[in-house]
Design a protein. Sequence first.
Length: 448
Amino acid sequence: MLDSMIDYQQRIDQRPVWQPAPDPARAHFSSPLPQTGTPLGVLHRRFVETILPYAVGNAHPGFMGWVHGGGTPVGMVAEMLAAGLNANLGGRNQIPLEVERQVIRWMRQLFGFPRGTGGVLTSGTSSATIVALHTARQARTDRRHLVAYASEQAHGCIARALEVIGVGAAALRRIAVDDRFQIDTAALQRQIAADRKAGETPWLLVGTAGTVNSGAIDNLATLAKIAQRERMWLHIDGALGAPAMLSPHIAPRLAGIEQADSLAMDFHKWMQVPYDAGMALIRDETLQRSAFAATDSYLQREESGLAANSPWPCDYGIDLSRGFRALKVWFTIQAFGGKRLGRVIDHCCLLAQQLVAMIEQHERLELAAPVSLNIVCFRLCRADDATQRAIVRHIQRSGMAAPSLAYLHGRAAIRAAIVNHRTTEIHIRRLLEATDHAIHHCAKGASA
Ligand SMILES: Cc1ncc(COP(=O)(O)O)c(C=O)c1O
């Protein structure tokens, strides 16, 4: 199985990026609970025949949809070791906790957070955001009329976290963006002033380091100033862009991130760690612990023995039992080193610029948003939303490339997010070739 997965990764470029699953493959998954065992070899064959070919395909260099990382064989074998050990990282006196603590410490140093910063690894940024926002809310003694602010380009996980923690998504003010899709800080300040006047309590300010639609980076330093002046909690959504701190070229554009009260980010996107792995970093560890500390009597800590080594990760987040996802992050960072991971990020941005140049030279395509990182949004000129959507579906079905859609100022655009270390200029050219075929097919009015 190990050999066959290494082969799969090595030869992935010879496969279609994605293909729809035929009915016979789906039919395997409607059988009832088996009462007797099946030999492992048979199960592996079933995996190879009915699961592997019909996954999303984000390990493929031609995959450019949504924001999906590509993973690496290093992360894959680390995942195997973690599963073999079967460590439960909720807590207790064990070295695997030191691995997670080290990962958190590395990230604290990378982002310039102070000693006394808390953190916890999570399944992704959505859950890290819940951890951060719950801490932010518990940190307030006055919890009435709390209002939160984020740009209209902020990810949906912000509103969802507000719902989950009980503040409610209605408390979120969605601030307009400028022509670079960054939060309009003048409009933000006007809204804060209006809310104060109306008796509301401005509480949370969310900045995004790499928006999901176009990769825009909010002006984090200005947001930090506003948050400080208004005594608001500054949270940064760095799901996509925070790892760009590893690139000396991009890091200056993230200035201000070091002043955040909390940061949510993913390892499973641009840091190439296999799914799933995210992190919440909280500037004041004591606030995070008082929001989450596990108090059940059976979890009481001791000075020695297995119940020592407190505080535990379960004191910093939602989960009690949790897997050893820190190991694949730790392996990835050590096997490649920060510089090499940073070069992957630069490489993705360079490819994005090459794609921009190709679109600018293309007679029938136009850019739909400025390109600030690794996301390129473009359109077929003078075509409606239905046609842009049909083009995306057609490219996906071609198996040559897999972009997705974005809506910018209410209009559909073809969106390519270059996140995978395996992607090269060949795949950028292939995307354009597939786009040309799709235009030929779809622009006649046919809705594929
Ligand atoms: C900017 C941004 N924030 C949050 C998320 C959610 O992250 P996750 O999918 O890890 O929960 C994403 C996912 O694409 C994102 O791009």
